[in-house]
Design a protein around this ligand. Structure first.
Ligand code: KG4
Ligand code: ZN
Length: 388
């Protein structure tokens, strides 16, 4: 089956064309024929976070160029001089998408349909103004090309992103997952622990009560006047701190470490970090480095400790870490160190698969399409707080 994947839940616009065989099992393989992505991170940097209406406008502007690039890579871009008839429904679906409507109609008039069997699109969780252009674009293409639509949960995408490996354009399963598995999903908007009994069998064990782990990295970075996104910046300073063996002159709390449940809270850590930053003005490079290190230590220690407790309680054989914060090398290091002698397998996404992308959406779309989980275009809507 050939599937077009579309992702616009946050500040990445991405389109890919994936061909996969079989269902979700260790023998699954796929080929990535086309993959186009534009990150808006630099545009949002001055705001210190993602600005929803800017994200929306950028998605509207970039979806057709990215589709074009993706289809070109996949040898599925078929320009024609015979003007193609475009369903009037396409205009109705994209009525609120302005520039996207113009570009989409112009594209559909001048190209014959590509060879695809389905379209997968993120319908949540995420920023609703950002989700809508991707959803409406997917709905319009599904009507214009008469192919079915599969709505995909972004967090399930982050789980699947950690289970696969990519070599050139070939995608395969990493290794046999020992179910039950525990999934730690950590991004700019989410921090949650899920018990995974099999594909599509999820049970929420705990989640953050306030800020997400990525958000904590971003907010503390902003306090110290580091650029957005803050996670990689804090991580870079923390690594310097460990290499230089700077004395740990700052201590921050590990919130809810012993709360007896699987919930998290990171807003207290941010407040404590603010007090430390304020009492060390003007910040020297050394103080900034030491604070960054302690922030990373506190976040990573909390995430690892709670995940290992869940693994023990549920007899899990695999830990799956997904989401943007999964790119954190100290988190990877600490999971490897603490599970070294337990036989528990820890799966992390590759660098490209850790941050938002369309490949993970297309993969979930393939597995869901295999189960015939299609939805009519009018039923697919944005759900900012969609649960797994
Ligand atoms: O999954 P993602 O790309 O987008 C969301 O759905 O939120 O995650 C973005 C988050 C940001 O908060 C960013 O600071 C964080 O992931 N992040 C990191 C690292 N790389 C990205 N946090 C810690 N260490 C990193 N290396
Ligand atoms: Zn994400």
């Amino acid at each position: 089956m050939r599937i077009l994947g579309i992702e616009t839940s946050c500040d990445e616009t991405a389109v890919c064309l994936l061909e996969g065989t079989g269902a979700f099992d260790p023998t699954f393989t796929a080929t990535l024929h086309g993959n186009a992505l534009f990150s808006q991170a630099a545009l949002h940097a001055p705001y210190g976070g993602v600005f929803p209406n800017l994200a929306k406008r950028e998605h509207q502007k970039n979806l057709v160029p990215l589709l074009t690039e993706c289809l070109l890579q996949a040898h599925e871009l078929h320009p024609t001089t015979t003007e193609q008839k475009v369903e009037t429904l396409v205009g109705e679906i994209l009525v609120r998408e302005d520039e996207l409507l113009k570009q989409t109609v112009s594209f559909l008039r001048s190209h014959t349909p590509p060879q695809i069997d389905a379209i997968a699109v993120t319908h949540g969780p995420g920023l609703e103004p950002a989700l809508w252009p991707g959803i409406n674009f997917a709905r319009a293409l599904s009507v214009a090309w008469n192919v079915p639509l599969v709505p995909v949960n972004h967090m399930e995408g982050h789980i699947v992103a950690s289970l696969i490996e990519t070599r050139d354009k070939k995608i395969a399963m990493k290794e046999k997952i020992q179910f039950p598995a525990v999934a730690l999903l950590v991004s700019g908007g989410h921090t949650e622990l899920q018990l995974v009994r099999g594909f599509a069998e999820y049970q929420l064990l705990g989640q953050t009560r306030d800020d997400a782990a990525g958000e904590a990295f971003d907010k503390v970075a902003r306090l110290m006047e580091l650029p957005y996104p803050g996670g990689p910046e804090i991580s870079r300073l923390a690594q310097n701190c460990r290499e230089q063996k700077l004395p740990p002159t700052v201590t921050l709390p590990r919130p809810m470490l012993d709360s007896g449940d699987y919930d998290f809270s990171f807003s207290g850590l941010k407040t404590a970090a603010r007090k430390v930053v304020e009492s060390h003005q003007p910040l020297t490079e050394t103080t900034r480095t030491v604070i960054a290190c302690e922030v990373e230590n506190a976040i990573v220690e909390t995430l690892v400790t709670k995940t290992l407790r869940a693994v023990e309680e549920h007899g899990a054989g695999t830990i799956v870490v997904g989401g943007g914060v999964a790119a954190n090398t100290y988190l990877q290091h600490e999971f490897a160190r603490t599970t070294d002698e337990t036989g528990v397998i820890v799966l992390f996404p590759s660098k490209e698969m850790a941050t938002d992308n369309a490949v993970m959406i297309a993969l979930v779309g393939l597995f869901r399409a295999e189960r015939k989980e299609y939805q009519k275009h009018a039923q697919v809507e944005a759900h900012g707080n969609l649960k797994l």
